[in-house]
Design a binder for this molecule. Sequence first.
Ligand code: G3P
Length: 217
Amino acid sequence: MKFFIDTANLDQIREAQALGILDGVTTNPSLMAKEGITGEANILKHYVDICNIVEGDVSAEVIATDFDGMVKEGEALAMLHEQIVVKIPMIKDGIKACKYFSEKGIRTNVTLIFSVGQALLAAKAGATYMSPFIGRLDDISTDGLGLIADIRLIYDNYGYETQILAASVRHTMHIIDCAKIGADVMTGPLSAIEGLMKHPLTDSGLAKFLADYQKGN
Ligand code: G3P
């Protein structure tokens, strides 16, 4: 499973990159705003800064919601850097734009997926990635991980190559469960990724090894 970090915070991206396990970055307008990155020029520069830190794919989201606007913005984003993947919302014109980009060889990430029907359309439109938001489904007492499992089944039935990018991952167990189901990618916060390292028996075992070493030296 590929590991993406879901943030626009450059320090956290650098920290995840330094771990050596990072495969890419996802951002969205809310994550940009959280870092105080506003205005088109600053946002575009920030995408390039992110691309210069990581080696993998970096999702950059269009703001337009009409076909022509999405195509114009998406083409400009794709020209910014070879690592950029154009992120498009799961709406009618978004599906049209996804098909357009797919035919042009521009990579896409269809975002805000909350149902298997939407997932099926994203694959039919040739999306490179599609992002089901599991945490937000859990928030409304529905089954985010169940959606990932259903999409995996459907994509495998037909051999769709669109990658399932489990998004809105909130904690470490989401990552483990996505891996069990067979999501192609997960994107989550640094805290959820770092949680994978933690085990009390590792900490107590290491403490004992070090204490025993000290006794003999
Ligand atoms: O990857 C999508 C993500 O940014 C949304 O996460 O936590 O706002 O639902 P969240």
